[in-house]
Design a binder for this molecule. Structure first.
Ligand code: 13P
Ligand code: SF4
Length: 303
């Protein structure tokens, strides 16, 4: 059954000149039909390079918006319209606009997990894999980092020479993991290395052997000589790693690490988009797109 749907997807995407992009939090059966699977930074680069005229994003809304911002000539679909990122909705243009007015000498660094509308008034975007490098490369010392105060705290620790203000926001999935979860996982798997995403709270990140983006975690685990790993990010990463590295063992840090938004996309959703029966086409007025593009271009220039 799954194989039949996958074969139909592969046939239709070739016939209709469609590129399927999947974030690494997507399920295995979706990753198998994708042209490219990666973290949010890699997806934005691949979207621009993809020669196809249509892109289907299997991920969350801000990722599909990023594709549209970079490739306005392409038709871009979000495979399941309910797939949003709650963190991206936490801060809006009005709130940050007021903050900027009160603090005009600060550069606004926005995690890519923000809406296109909010990006229009930010100075530069970052992803979890590029945040430290970009903040170091900025020719300013006064920064406000939005919306994730946990990723922001990690960046502030790595770049102590700059003043980095944090606003209260973050990923509800990663932030739910506690030090107690870490202690339980380490007690159950004492020989395993702990790899965590910087969206986890600082007290959890402080216990990690490695902190990095989804692709950073996967790369570290694949290259490492260690044989056991506790994975502190969405559970799909542990599943993909176990599939790719059958000689190693991967454990999830906590059962709380399931992103319902990332998991809302199914193979049938992808098939429905290809049949013209589902998904949501992303549209954006040109003024918003160009203003939002500025901070993504800065991300690519400085990253
Ligand atoms: P990455 O930048 O590591 O892909 O993370 C995106 C995300 O939403 C993590 O929760
Ligand atoms: Fe957003 Fe968190 Fe889900 Fe990533 S894991 S998409 S940051 S809610």
């Amino acid at each position: 059954m799954i194989r039949d749907i996958q074969e139909e997807i592969l046939r239709l995407k070739k016939e209709n000149d469609v590129c399927i992009l999947a974030h690494s939090y997507q399920a295995r059966e979706i990753a198998e039909v994708a042209d490219f699977v990666g973290d949010s930074y890699q997806l934005s680069v691949m979207a621009e390079r993809a020669p196809q005229s249509t892109v289907i994003m299997c991920g969350v809304r801000f990722m599909a918006e990023t594709v549209k911002i970079l490739s306005p000539q392409k038709k871009v679909f979000l495979a399941n319209p309910i797939a949003g990122c709650p963190m991206a909705e936490q801060m809006d243009k009005d709130l940050i606009g007021m903050w900027k007015q009160a603090n005009p000498d600060y550069t606004v660094v926005a995690y890519i997990n923000t809406t296109a509308e909010l990006k229009t008034i930010c100075d530069v975007c970052v992803t979890s894999s590029s945040a430290v490098k970009i903040v170091k490369n900025l020719d300013t010392d006064k920064i406000v980092f939005i919306p994730d105060c946990n990723l922001g705290a990690y960046v502030a620790e790595q770049v102590p020479e700059k003043e980095i203000k944090l606003l209260q926001g973050g990923c509800p999935i990663h932030a739910a993991v506690s030090v107690k979860d870490v202690e339980q996982a380490k007690a159950a798997h004492p020989d395993a290395l702990l790899l965590v995403h910087p969206e986890c709270v600082p007290a959890v990140a402080a216990k990690a052997d490695y902190i990095g983006s989804t692709s950073g975690i996967m790369e570290f685990a694949k290259k490492s000589d260690a044989k056991q790993f506790i994975i502190g990010t969405e559970i799909s990463i542990a599943e993909h790693l176990q599939y790719d590295c059958p000689d190693k063992e991967f454990y999830i840090l906590s059962k709380k690490l399931i992103c319902p938004n990332m998991k809302s996309t199914t193979l049938v959703d992808v098939l429905r988009v290809l049949r013209g029966q589902g998904g949501e086409e992303i549209t954006m007025d040109e003024e918003t797109r160009l203003a939002a593009k500025h901070c993504i271009d800065e991300m690519i220039r400085l990253g």
